[in-house]
Ligand binder design. Structure first.
Ligand SMILES: Cc1cc2nc3c(=O)[nH]c(=O)nc-3n(C[C@H](O)[C@H](O)[C@H](O)COP(=O)(O)OP(=O)(O)OC[C@H]3O[C@@H](n4cnc5c(N)ncnc54)[C@H](O)[C@@H]3O)c2cc1C
Length: 467
């Protein structure tokens, strides 16, 4: 439904779909497709043009593609998977002159991210979603009782208002929507700071000769500041090369630092750069609650990224699905309260949120230990156990491996002890997140206990409090 209203010089057009989704990224497309498949009118508002939409800064590594939500069929995405032969990580540790080969569990593909972006938009379109491009959301509309009832946007200079019982914020990192909502009467997490983000940049690089590591994701610590470089092979000759650093650190010169590393690698001699993009991504725990009456945040807008790997595509897709399923329940019962949306928070925590919160403990540790020491220790650890730790948030090392690792890692025993204690703290936190409350009323008590556990994390690691 669309109406027009004359106010002063500008005419404000008004649209009234059942649900409004802001952002045509992964979270937005999966959320919108899920709601549309239930028979509701859904509009996705995207600030980019139709041609640019889906062009998003990314390392192009897609993990868990085998089990993506079905609202957009996997067959739709597959043509964007340019390399499905990757099965391990290659960690280059120059400080130790070592390369660690670490298996990556589950299905992994390196993708052409823009093509993938276009395909999820097409998939959501097939499900019945309407896309409004070149439309920038500027403000969120709230009723007197605080409930969100729509958004205000500008399309090519013209104001446009969307009235809707459901607003899904899928606007990515540092979503501007959240600056405009008064969350004082809801559980929505506002404990968000720029230091919880990583600044990252990547280039698509073409080389003449096939690289030797086309079956691996290559990682390498950066020289300055806590961060890492990556080289992910889209094909044997097309590489996504990038780097990022945590915003707690001194800013890095991302473009120059990447250039220097590329120049030092013989396989990139004479390489051509095709595309350059940078962005921020959340490397923190997921929001304690991403719901407010009439409003849910999903994907990067709610911190749904693995804080140790920076992988956020899978989390965004699932968050989109889970939020959409609560949106459908709200539309069916005409109840847009936090109680109706709460199940969304619970499903996120249950699926990946608890794990990501535990992994964040290792991020916190990394801000407090000496990087060279940590790298030395990593070089001494068994690779499969490292992989387990990276993805599960916890690992159990048998006695024989423990002794072997201990012998190899002489000189790093202080760090090992620190890591061991930190793992215990991460495990405690994981157990606590596994008991995430079943209603908004339980959140404050749960947060108090969690904050006590975080105090112990800071004590153990010696790190500055992050939240
Ligand atoms: C450099 C880099 C490398 C990364 N590498 C990987 C990787 O290899 N693998 C992986 O899984 N993840 C990676 N990530 C993380 C991953 O890209 C994100 O987690 C994922 O894209 C999140 O999806 P999203 O839908 O939440 O947000 P986004 O994909 O950011 O989508 C948000 C959308 O909202 C639109 N938007 C924003 N504000 C407005 C507004 N006001 N009005 C209208 N539209 C708006 C944007 O234009 C955009 O289209 C990387 C991130 C970066 C920055």
């Amino acid at each position: 439904m669309s109406t027009q209203e004359q106010s002063g010089a500008a005419t404000t057009r008004t649209q009234s779909p059942d649900a409004v989704v802001v952002g045509a990224g992964t979270a937005g497309c999966y959320a919108a497709a899920t709601v549309a498949r239930a028979g509701y009118d859904v509009v996705v508002i995207e600030r980019k043009s139709e041609t640019e939409a889906g062009h998003i800064a990314c390392g192009d590594a897609l993990k868990g593609a085998d089990a993506f939500p079905e609202a957009i069929p996997k067959s739709k995405l597959e043509p964007a998977f340019t390399n499905t032969g990757v099965d391990h990580g290659r960690f280059e540790i120059p400080q130790e002159d070592t390369v660690l080969e670490i298996p990556v569990p589950g299905e992994l593909a390196v993708i052409d991210r823009w093509e993938y972006g276009r395909r999820i938009i097409e998939g959501a379109g097939d499900a019945g979603v309407e896309f409004h491009y070149d439309t920038v959301v500027k403000n969120v509309v709230q009723a007197d009782d605080g409930r969100v009832t729509g958004v205000e946007a500008v399309r090519k200079g013209d104001p446009i208002e969307y009235e809707s019982d459901i607003v899904i914020d899928a606007a990515g990192s540092l979503s501007v929507l959240q600056d405009n909502v008064d969350f004082s009467d809801s559980t929505f997490d506002t404990n968000v700071d720029y230091t919880h983000f990583c600044s990252a940049y990547r280039e698509i690089v073409h080389v003449d000769e096939p690289v030797e590591w086309s079956d691996a994701l290559v990682f390498k610590p950066t020289e300055r500041a806590a961060g890492y470089l990556w080289y992910f092979p889209r094909t044997e000759t097309e590489i996504n090369a990038g780097l990022g650093f945590q915003m707690t650190e001194e800013p890095m010169q991302l473009v120059d630092d990447l250039k220097r590393d590329l120049e030092n690698r013989p396989e990139f001699a004479g390489a051509e750069v095709e595309d350059k993009l940078g962005a921020a991504l959340p490397t923190r725990r997921p929001y304690d609650s991403a719901v407010h009456p009439g409003y849910m945040a999903v994907g990067d807008a709610a911190g749904h990224v693995n804080p140790t790997t920076g992988g956020g595509i899978a989390g965004a897709a699932y968050a989109g699905k889970y939020a959409a399923e609560q949106a459908i329940e709200a539309l069916e019962t005409d109840d847009y309260s936090e109680d109706t949306f709460w199940k969304y928070n619970e499903r996120v925590m249950d699926h990946f949120g608890a794990r990501y919160a535990a992994l964040d403990v290792y991020n916190i540790l990394s801000t407090a230990v000496d990087v060279d020491d940590l790298m030395g220790l990593l070089a001494a650890m068994p690779g499969d156990k490292l992989a387990e730790a990276l993805y599960s948030g916890s690992t159990d090392i048998g006695l024989k491996l423990k002794l072997e690792a201990l012998l190899k890692s002489r000189g790093h025993w202080g760090t090992i002890w620190n890591l061991y204690q930190t793992k215990r703290r991460a495990d405690e936190l994981l157990s606590h997140y596994e008991n995430y409350p079943t209603s908004p009323e339980g959140l404050a008590g749960w947060q108090d206990r969690r904050d006590d556990l975080m105090e112990k994390v800071y004590e153990t690691t010696g790190a500055e409090p992050k939240y």
